[in-house]
Design a protein around this ligand. Structure first.
Ligand code: ADE
Length: 228
């Protein structure tokens, strides 16, 4: 899989993309993530990428031309399955969306900045919009990193235990059960007995009960949406 990210502040993506699971997945060649600096496509001597908003509103808007030219150059090299714009007014990212995105070959993620992007880009170039939640961040870089992480951890070979992404919270509309490690007794705080029983069937039943109970308690709306 290949993900091309377009950003006006590419430095913001350095750390989240290049460490831990995302970093290792790239080193292993399981995903290629390329960050493009929008300023490289800026107009004129000053490499301008933004301009004032028509209509007199405050704030700068990312211009069409640098974004369009960059995307056209990328499209000369390969066909993209989706050209995603990260924006707080898009549909909110969820696990089924991450699952679906992880099946694609080539994705572009466009990060907004300042007040946003010229709306014609959304009308004519963007094929999918994603928000990471109902709050506004200063730019699309952190949302882009969140989306990459949610996708890449699902790719075969990325997680050492291949089944562990499947047991994540939300994969079956339920929260994950509680997990523990050694010591089994820490100053009297004990790990549930059943997990030490060595009986896989009992353990599985307990985990399923806990997942259901925690979902009922903490996120009851997930159960309602699963039954719709
Ligand atoms: N850009 C700014 N805020 C955002 C959000 N919540 N989700 C996606 N992109 C954003």
């Amino acid at each position: 899989m290949r993900i091309d990210i377009i950003s006006a502040v590419p430095e913001l993506l350095d750390s989240p993309l290049n460490h831990s699971i995302l970093g290792r997945a790239q080193k292993k060649g399981l995903v290629e993530i390329v960050v493009h600096n929008l300023h490289d496509y800026g107009k004129g001597t000053y490499k301008q990428i933004d301009d004032y908003c028509f209509g007199g509103d405050a704030g700068m808007v990312l211009m069409i031309e640098p974004i369009h030219r960059l995307i056209q150059d990328l499209q000369k090299e390969r066909t993209y399955d989706q050209i995603i714009y990260v924006t707080p007014d898009g549909p909110v990212l969820d696990q089924p969306t991450a699952n679906r995105l992880s099946c694609y070959e080539n994705l572009i993620i466009l990060c907004g900045h300042y007040k946003g992007i010229d709306h014609r880009i959304r009308e004519h170039i963007i094929t999918m919009e994603i928000s990471i939640g109902n709050y506004v961040l200063s730019g699309g870089e952190l949302p882009a990193a969140v989306i990459c992480d949610s996708i890449v951890r699902l790719l075969p070979g990325v997680l050492s235990d291949e089944t562990s992404a499947l047991s994540d919270s939300f994969q079956d509309e339920l929260l994950a059960p509680p997990i523990y490690t050694r010591p089994a007794d820490y100053n009297g705080w004990k790990v549930p007995e059943v997990l030490l029983s060595g009986n896989p069937k009992l353990i599985k039943n307990w985990q399923e009960e806990q997942a259901l109970e925690r979902t009922r308690l903490l996120r009851p709306e997930l159960l309602n949406s699963a039954s719709e």
